[in-house]
Design a protein around this ligand. Structure first.
Ligand SMILES: *Cc1c(COP(=O)(O)O)cnc(C)c1O
Length: 380
């Protein structure tokens, strides 16, 4: 039986995107961000591919994601980018996962766990340079708190970082300057110079690493071939989409003029049409707003989505693709021949950004890695 939906990762595309990132980041280490199921690409398979192709470290949003990676056998350094609760600190220390700290209370929680386990815990100190979420304020009070943290002798500051909130080159550069000033103050109280990282995809694409090279960069979007949500500059760096989403034709019927298709008869045929049903719907991550606006690829041709996008089905018009038949491949995202549909097209139609649509692709489908030579299954 054909799989209802197939989600594939193009290994050659990931490899080339990493190359593009390294071109933008020189000799800096690359910390690949795999939060949110690797932007929908599948946490474990995406992390494996990234590490295999030269990404040095991984970053996640939650301790749970870090544990999944460790359970899967990934040994690269892993950072949790958001605060970790007191109860999860011990597990992170035990699994050698590095938490981010932005309060003294969290530092003490972590220190207690490290002392109990008899380990020294590497940590990342976050500085708030304008995003206003987490991180120490770049103020004398912030520096004073970090100075108190240095008394906690089981903590080792592995890096100091910030997540920039800017959306244009100038505001990104301003945030970076605030970070650099704060970093020098932190160095004075630490007595050593830990690695710094600040640049995510949009700042990297804007070329900020050339102006201010730091020891590490922290991209997500670019690795998956996604234009950054807040592109500060035109890209032109040859990114390749990594994820493809395919299904098949589950049913074909010829409808007379005047027939209604989909819920609420939102679509009524003006002339006889051939309708193909595709067993993929909004529960699988297909945005409902693609109805009447989006399209799929069948036999290398575009077929418009008509009617409504249901929970597990959608309908397309294949009148102009006479060879379309039961079981034929339907590409929802990806290429067929010379044509392609990317997440950006869905995002535009849905009034959102590419990572928003991709993180909604149901995590339940295994991600199949297409290697440059032969397909290889990696568990989801
Ligand atoms: C998501 C995230 C990134 C990666 O952002 P992209 O724009 O996808 O490159 C980097 N750092 C932090 C703290 C993040 O939350």
């Amino acid at each position: 039986m054909a799989e209802r939906i197939r989600v594939c990762l193009d290994e050659a595309a990931i490899r080339d995107n990493i190359r593009a990132v390294r071109h933008l980041s020189g000799t800096a280490q690359v910390m690949g961000v795999v939060k949110a199921n690797a932007y929908g690409h599948g946490l474990v398979p995406a992390a494996r591919l990234l590490v295999h192709h030269g990404v040095h470290q991984l970053a996640v949003a939650t301790p749970e994601e870090a544990c999944v990676l460790r359970e899967a056998g990934l040994r690269a350094p892993i950072t949790v980018l958001s605060p970790t609760s007191a109860s999860a600190m011990a597990e992170l220390v035990a699994r050698r996962v590095r938490p981010s700290l932005s309060t003294l209370a969290a530092a003490r929680d972590l220190h207690r766990a490290a002392v109990r386990l008899g380990r020294r815990a590497p940590v990342h100190l976050e500085v708030d340079t304008g995003l206003g979420r987490y991180g120490w304020a770049p103020t004398p009070a912030g520096v004073a708190q970090i100075e108190r943290l240095t008394m906690l002798d089981h903590l080792v500051v592995a890096s100091v970082y910030t997540h920039l909130g800017g959306t244009c080159r100038d505001s990104l550069a301003d945030g970076l300057q605030r970070f650099q000033r704060m970093y020098e103050k932190v160095v004075e109280v630490l007595g050593h110079r830990p690695a710094r990282h600040a640049l995510a995809s949009s700042a990297l694409a804007a070329g900020l690493h050339n102006d201010t090279p730091l020891e590490m960069v922290r991209p997500g979007a670019l690795l998956y071939g996604l234009a950054p949500a807040y592109a500060a500059a035109p890209l032109g760096i040859g990114l390749r989409s990594v994820l493809s989403l395919t299904s098949h034709i589950a049913h074909v019927s010829e409808m007379p003029a005047g027939a209604s298709i989909g819920y609420d008869a939102t679509y009524r045929t003006l002339e006889p049409v051939v309708v193909a049903v595709v067993p993929a719907g909004f529960a699988d991550g297909i945005p409902r707003v693609l109805a009447g606006a989006g399209r799929v690829l069948i036999h290398g041709c575009h077929a418009p989505i008509i009617g409504t996008v249901g929970m597990t089905h959608l309908t397309v018009d294949v009148t102009d693709i006479p060879q379309a038949a039961l079981g034929d491949a339907v590409t929802l995202i990806g290429a067929q021949g010379v044509r392609a549909i990317d997440a950006q097209e869905w995002a535009r139609l849905a009034g959102t950004i590419n990572s928003d649509v991709l993180t909604r692709v149901a995590p339940t489908f295994p991600r199949t890695v297409i290697t440059p030579h032969a397909p290889m299954e990696l568990s989801a």
